[in-house]
Design a protein. Sequence first.
Lengths: 317, 586
Amino acid sequence: MVGLKQDWEIAPQSRTCELKDYQGAAPRWCPGCGDHAVLGAVQRLMRDKQLLPEKTVCVSGIGCSSRFPHYMSTYGFHGLHGRAFPVACGIRARRPDLDIFMVTGDGDCCAIGTAHWIHAIRYNMNITVLLLDNNVYGLTKNQTSPTSRTGEKTNTHPRGSVLPPLNPLCVTLGIANASFVAQTVDWNPPHLYNTIKAAHEHKGLSFVRVLQRCPHFTKHVFQAPLQDLSQVLLMTHEEGISLDAAGMRRFPKQIAHNPHDLDEARHIAAREDVYPIGLFYRDENAARYDLATAQGIGKTQDEKLAAIDQALSRFAV
Amino acid sequence: MFADLCARNGNGIWTVEIIPAEIEPPRRSRAGASGNRIRFGSKPVTNAGDEADIVIALNEQVLYSRIDAGALRPGTIVFVDNIWAKSPDESVRANYAEAVADFQSRGYVVREVPMEEECRKHTDDPRKGKNMWVLGLLCALYDIDDTPVRKGIEKRFAKKGESVVRKNIDLLDDGYRWGIKNLEQRFQVPASRSEQQMVVMNGNQALALGAMAAGIEVCSMYPITPATSASHFLAQNFDQVGGFVHQAEDEIAAIGFAIGCSYGGRTAITITSGPGFALKTEFMGLAVMAEVPLVVVVVQRVGPSTGLPTKIEQGDLLAALYASPGDAPKIILAPATIEECFHFIVMARKLAEDFRGPVVVLSDANLATGQQPFPKPQPREEWLSPPIDQSTWNPEVPPFAWDSETGLSRRPVPGQRGGEYVLTGLAHDAKSKVAYESAINQQSMEMRSRKLAVMHAAMQPPKVHGDPEGDLLVVGWGSTLGAIEEAVDRLRGEGHKVSSVHLRFLSPFEPGLKEIFSRFKKVMTVEVNYSDNPEHPYITPSSRRYSQLAMLLRAHTLIDIDCWSQVPGSPIPPGVIAEALRRRLQ
């Protein structure tokens, strides 16, 4: 052909996925539930990055937020209450080629699944974890969760919950080998999107706590930061969660925080006077267990047969 | 090592490890007995047998635990270290003298041997050297060629240097020379070398090698006795086939991780024991509900609760079958020999994938640590799980395209375009969509159950050991095979019309059981789990609790099946079974 090199060829047009290609069943969450925003952000992210639905798995436990996989059109695993972490880790162990999102709630992650949460942080396998924290058990109808504030009235504590809440950020930042810890809110779409995007781009386990409204049971809980943005503390840093100038201007309270500063991250995470959002901590060099578990993938059948025969021969008499 | 020598020599062997729960129990304590029980013979040996002919005791106190366990009989030759007679501690000397006199009054033939004294000629720490010296003594006693041991010593201690190798060989030689010079009686057990290449290993090693031969990629486990040594073996060897051992944070995570692997198209196994299985049961239900292939090995130990962690029981059959929320039909296999521990894992992997669900393999502490020779398996490509399928999936085919006749369906795995679906533990339709409709729940339950009926229809009836009809049929499962058949053979030798049948499939059962049972006047199970003694005044036909297989078989066949079972925490010897059968025949 004129003007073209001999070996020039047209690459077969790879398909372009649209938003609808990521959308599954119509969500059955309550109107006004923060889960809708997270679902939309993940679907937009997948479209923007053109992730393939068949190469993506959404894993969840049990609870309102754990219905998430059903509303995607990717592969999904809607498993047991509290047990999303081991399943997600198991999938990741031998499938380095997949994108894995894991969605969990405050009951799922911080109560019944606590052991798995702690160890999954330590395993640091490449998984994007979204903790949708609405401070209450919604699906089972208004019971106290580990993150419910002291005095919160629920069906299990009608005279108000007795204990101070567990802070999932402080816990996560206290676990050896944590590699990505961030917090965002469901009601600020750019920050939510950019946080999930940064989490997805991180190689390792990224832990994102999303403060999330429950219009039914904890409507009042996040009213204050919604109405008064000075109650939110935006962490800013060139290596943190990016936000454009207009987005930045909405937050009167900001703090420059280097996400490599673990001590400062713990200090900010423990603050009770404000809701800090942004990236607390990132360590790109944390050990990744999935690099160990994936070793040996791809041995041929002949190699295996020879190795088995050799192993058996060691017992020969 | 002695068992290994016998096997190399061509003798049949069966070994039982005697393991205390503690790492280092107090010395000279009766409860702290550790040791190895070896039965060997000219022909293949299928069980640990009855009382011992020869016992070697490094101190006399520890022997009492074996006496209490019924391991000795009048006439048993007892070799005991006589160092205790010279102990500076007067109470030790007195205890020793008293015990030796007691052993003689019980009819044992006591041979006091200067084990420690002889060992001191070669080592300052005879505690570490005595085993080698005794091995030499045994080689003299049974006229066995110890060349393989010499080679083994050289290999094993090569890193520790020439002097350590020398010391061990000297101990071995000295034990042998002492035996030739001093033993009044020596024995020969003629061996018949098999033409086939044989291997000797214990059941846990066989399970682990089975997992490798099945092409399983991931073993996800949490440490628990007596299952863990299988995972130890894999941790050491699995990488040779590209496999990986995941030590999870708990038993629940171990099965969850394995299920994740399997969902992702990689074959996985989880290996545990009773208490661990109890924790896994919710995930078992999910694997049944969402039809995730998975091999689950339960190496049974004595329960309930923590029970006797190192000892044998067959107490987890009902738990394996029923412990799950709701009705969760699954396949359960029970290997009866070390060889079957290997082959049943290969079979379990394939059944799990063909029938799309979890397969439980019930081993036990007896198989786990017992060693037995069997023909070396020749690994075959069809045993291995096929490479992961990433081809395009026809989107018209739902993820649970149940065949309405068989309930069978194929599953898409992540990466297959067009097969995207959301696995769920909620009731779901063929498309894996959450379904609240009663008709769909009824249908999907039916489909999951139907698979077992289909498997049942594909199986052969079990073979009867002995005549196909008679007065009494003994039914067993698991590691009791050898002891039951030996007991049955003894009774047949005495003229009784007794036969036995040993079940390898516990869910679904093999076909034809009712027909086989109907040819005998009486049918009873022999098991190592608890059942009420029917002779106790409080135990009536309406209160009697049967052993576990008996319960299932009574329901399965509507035949009045009896049972005899014990929970001694050790393998039941053939003589004890034979005696129980004689009483039932009266």
